[in-house]
Ligand binder design. Sequence first.
Ligand SMILES: Cc1ncc(COP(=O)(O)O)c(C=O)c1O
Length: 379
Amino acid sequence: MDLFNVYPLYDIEPVKAQGSYVWDATGQKYLDLYGGHAVISIGHTHPHYVQKLTEQLNKIGFYSNSVQIPIQTELAEKLGKLSGYEDYHLFLINSGAEANENALKLASFYNGRKKIIAFKKSFHGRTAGAVAATDNPAIAAPINPTDHVHFIPFNDIEALENVMNEEVCAIIVEGIQGVGGINVTSGEFLQKARELCDKFGSVLIVDSVQCGYGRSGKFFSHQHYDVQPDLITTAKGMGNGFPIGGLLIHPKFKAIHGMLGTTFGGNHLACAAGIAVLDVMKQENLVENAAVVGNYLMDNVKGLPGVKEVRGRGLMIGIETEEPVEVVRKKLLFEHHIFTGYAGKHTLRLLPSLALTKTEVDIFLEAFSKIVKAENVGV
Ligand SMILES: Cc1ncc(COP(=O)(O)O)c(C=O)c1O
């Protein structure tokens, strides 16, 4: 059987990884500034993470959500403490799309409505509701688009005011748009969204799948402002590579048996991974590190020739380049052995481990400045 060929692949096979580095099958070492797409939060194969997962695997790896699983409660308590959302409730799933799918459902169960406000350039995942709220017709199958979702311009307060009324079930917005190009949601906009949701009884969902879990230099990126969403979705960095997603739910939502459910969500191994991530984030002050090292990177990249704009917060960084980003990315990967991501044709996207050091940033800066200088003079 062949694989269903949906991914364009680089001809590189990582076989080993540690911290911010991966090694391929030929022994070549790479600096990983992509983190497997924002997933590696505490660094590859962190010893505490490996130990916690190994211990759990030797005890019990899985049982269904029909029995007591205290490790779920431990994860919820630790997440509540570290994120500052101790009074919220946690529903565990396996991915970002599922987190958003369940957020949209819960919002609709809550107020009985179906109109969703989403934003231009948004990305919320590929399941039915999540992809319907994603502004990319190319990834929506004919069954996905729905009249329930209305797209308005991002960060546009006037457009939001014009569309809000008693029919709106929920606003779903990324704290920082990732796929859309690393566009930071403004505090003013989020505050207005909060105010309008309160006025009309709508639900504010902040998708923190990519910008969450410490990446922005706060636990959730909206915590740079004084705004509390009703529902917060998370995944990616939550398990440092083990599939896990979470939906943080304001206490005003009442749980009814059977209203949400999943087979794999909250399994023992996923929870062990999630707990190990939170332990390391706390012990190693990784949220603070993301802020400090991210600022260092952004400050030093701004003003380099060939750089048009630098956007982002903490270690979620978009560098808009004059040259097509694919050229820059390939040179970084094949000539300097540095993994990066992209968002659109001209934005280099950096989503490294939150344990990245300034020394590792310097390695990137040296390589990147050589490339953009050379591209700029047409060499
Ligand atoms: C903001 C955001 N939401 C949702 C998702 C979907 O997450 P997953 O691929 O885990 O379903 C992504 C994935 O890139 C994302 O960036």
